[in-house]
Design a protein around this ligand. Structure first.
Ligand SMILES: Nc1ncnc2c1ncn2[C@@H]1O[C@H](COP(=O)(O)OP(=O)(O)OP(=O)(O)O)[C@@H](O)[C@H]1O
Ligand SMILES: [Mg+2]
Length: 325
């Protein structure tokens, strides 16, 4: 459904140095290739300035790449823009596509004309969107009067009013409170269940964990990972953590930590009365637990996987080799 091959995009910026201006090339996308299948929910993640919005601008036909091939819905977005936009929906969380001074429903009516949406499709879609995005309370209001959460629901409605098959979302939950965000995420889930292809950029990794099967990680204009979220965990090979709670009157574990347990990467956290051990992949976890029990007064313990935040932080610091060729 989406195919991107060897995409490159540079920006030229001018920096003032005293009286002269110096030209500088920013290599926003260096050599990006990937595909997205129909019906996939893809999470596109990367640190600030990595090139995510630039990719989405090219995929939605707003921007032309310097080189490379892009095909979406069997079209080249920036070449067949008028026809192309009828089959896609777009939300840029930082911008609005709604007319600021018009009631939401008037923007929708304008979009109906722009996309040449048949009347019954429009009515059916509007009914569904009103329900799923609880638009009734806001649809008569001018956009400038809406709160951020209300506006984002209206934006999603605008992106879906012509019932496109693909949705591009660039940080659609930015700045939303937990409840507004939940509404947006539930709506995206429903869209995915009805077979839509969704391309989502967000800095919220919890959203990615909840929604996306596939992830694409970009760093400094280069893709570093494409695949399942679980695969990212496996590739990063970060240690699991064992957290053991010490008995309330337990003597300080520092002697054991520096003595018989010194071979482990072990940390005492006096505030929570617990100790943390980094479990390397090769370690025999049962043996570690046994040795801890022999040396310390432990009442409870649990072993946790590294959080997705830890994994992504690790990748962003360029420590993980790429699996993208
Ligand atoms: N219009 C522009 N002119 C010049 N440089 C730009 C322009 N837009 C983006 N850039 C630069 O290109 C690089 C990629 O920017 P982009 O907006 O695609 O990043 P991003 O991954 O979306 O980041 P963020 O998470 O902060 O939104 C950055 O170095 C940015 O400064
Ligand atoms: Mg961006």
């Amino acid at each position: 459904m989406i195919s991107v091959e060897r995409l490159q995009k540079n920006y030229t910026v001018f920096q003032r140095r005293g009286l002269t201006r110096k030209r500088k090339i920013i290599r926003a996308l260096q050599d990006i290739s990937f595909t997205v299948k129909r019906g996939e929910f893809l999470g596109y993640i990367g640190p600030n300035g990595a090139g995510k919005s630039t990719t989405i601008k090219i995929l939605t036909g707003i921007m032309t790449p310097d080189s490379g091939q892009v095909r979406v819905n069997n079209m080249t977005p920036y070449r067949e823009r008028r026809k192309y936009v009828r089959g896609i929906g777009v939300v840029f969380g930082q911008k609005t596509q709604l007319w600021w001074d018009l009631p939401v429903k008037d923007t929708y009516a304008l979009l109906k004309e722009i996309y040449a949406v048949p009347k019954d499709t429009f009515n059916r879609q509007l009914k569904t969107l009103r329900e799923y995005l609880t638009l009734d309370e806001i649809i008569e209001q001018p956009v400038r009067q809406l709160s951020l959460g209300q506006r984002m629901r209206a934006e999603l409605g605008a992106a879906m009013i012509h019932d496109p098959d693909i949705l591009f979302l660039d940080e659609p939950t930015i700045g939303l409170d937990v409840i507004s965000k939940q509404k947006v995420l539930e709506f995206l889930k429903v869209l995915h269940e009805t077979g839509k292809t969704i391309f989502l950029t967000t800095h919220d990794l919890k959203d990615i964990e909840t929604l996306c099967e596939e992830v694409l990680v970009i760093n400094s204009g280069t893709l570093v990972y494409k695949g399942k979220l679980q695969g990212l965990r496996d590739m990063a090979r970060l240690p699991k953590t064992l957290r053991a709670k010490l008995a309330e009157n337990s003597p300080s574990p520092d002697i054991a930590i520096n003595g018989s347990l010194a071979k482990y990467n072990l940390r005492h956290d006096p505030a929570s009365g617990s100790i943390h051990v980094e479990l390397e992949g090769s370690s025999n976890h049962a043996l570690v637990v046994k040795e801890l029990m022999q040396n310390l007064d432990i009442v409870d313990f649990r072993i946790t996987d590294p959080s997705i935040e830890e994994i992504v932080r690790y990748i962003y610091t360029n420590k993980m080799p790429s699996n993208c060729g």
